[in-house]
Design a protein around this ligand. Sequence first.
Ligand code: HAM
Length: 437
Amino acid sequence: MKIPQVKGTRDFYPPEMAVRNWIIDGWKRVSRRNGFEEYDGPIFERLEMYQIKSGDEIADQLFSFQDRGGRNLAIRPEITPTLARMVNQQINSLPRPIKWFSVPRLCRAERPQKGRLREFFQWNIDIIGEDNVRADADIIFTTVDYLRYAGLTEEDIIVKISSRRMLAAVLKEIGVPQGSLDSLYVILDKKNKLPDDTFEKMLDELLRDSGMVSKVRTFMELENIQQIEDMFGRQEAFNELVELMKFLDSMGIGDYYRFDPGIVRGLAYYTGIVFEVYDKASELRAICGGGRYDNLLKDFGGPAISATGMGMGDCVLEILLKEKGLLDVPELKSGLDYFIARVPTIIAFGDNRTPLSEAVKLAAELRKMNKSVDVSYKLSGLGKQLKEAASRNTEKCLIIGEEFEDGKLVVKDMATGEQESVDMKLFLSGLSSKSDR
Ligand code: HAM
């Protein structure tokens, strides 16, 4: 019976695994150089954890189940609630600010589409315990730092920034009742994903006031803070946006961002600055998204401590890097350091030593020196063994032949085809002096 793959999941054969590792290595390296420490949590949590504050969209996409004790659990669709729970648990002993990163495997029962799957990896960076807008600037800088590290430039990507606080103030000015804000955020977040008339209909159904709907629509189209100020008056939340942008300019990423009131974020817990990164051609879904969430720790029973962070999935990123020819994964080209071949016509050397026993012994010694080495399982002709070595992307072939009796190996450079006979002891001592372990 053939069992098909589950919809929205991926199999990582070695080439795909090399790409995944390469992406994750980059995330980790850039996290560390920006001062973040790694953490992780469990792959499943109590179901209610995602029902409290993630919002209906995430709650509808949960893979949930009951354990044998009848407890309702869910596979994590994001790691931010786990982070809040973990930090709350040790809040008195953790030095602040807490700057942590993680690369969890997440599951969401979304409709699979380009860049959105049911299982994916997501880089998270979060700063907890810092109200200063410089923390938001650090999150955005670290995000851009990685995207630049991967080879993308301001020609390829754009960080779109807004503020939930400002949005709330403007919507209040427009007359939207406080109680409708959370539902309105969800609709506004969908603006670019929905046909225009569906978006309009959803606004109509929620607000039931055509004047309000038209003002909300006008606001969503504005292009700079000045226009908002002209229409809705100066809002307190503008100051932090202006300050944030100044920091980003000082950090040298002024060409990478723009203000965009259309950025709302779908998750319910955001309270302040919010941002998403897109490909500049706007052909793909968001590369990543994040923002400030100052109430989540308190909502999870902890103290009122502010937080800001970002999540970036591997799917859109990989598509974009591939499109731009930037998937330059060294592991895809690399193979073995050495392949040990043996001349098949030699049956044995003295002292019960066979070419095979010597080949596996030599392989074990080289592996101790941290070299990647293999020996064919088949005793075929030398030509076939060399072919196998080539198919494994081998750098050098070590041939055990007649001269092995005199302590010599033939070393064949697989790129140039050149070969020479070398003293085995000298060869090994030369390697061990270079070896790092
Ligand atoms: P999010 O907007 O739900 O935020 O997801 C952030 C990113 O994760 C998306 O921009 C996308 O790259 C990736 N992603 C989300 N869903 C999928 C999917 N089904 N398939 C592939 N990739 C996906 C959060 O998750 C927040 N917890 C981020 C955060 C951390 N905010 C503060 N700290």
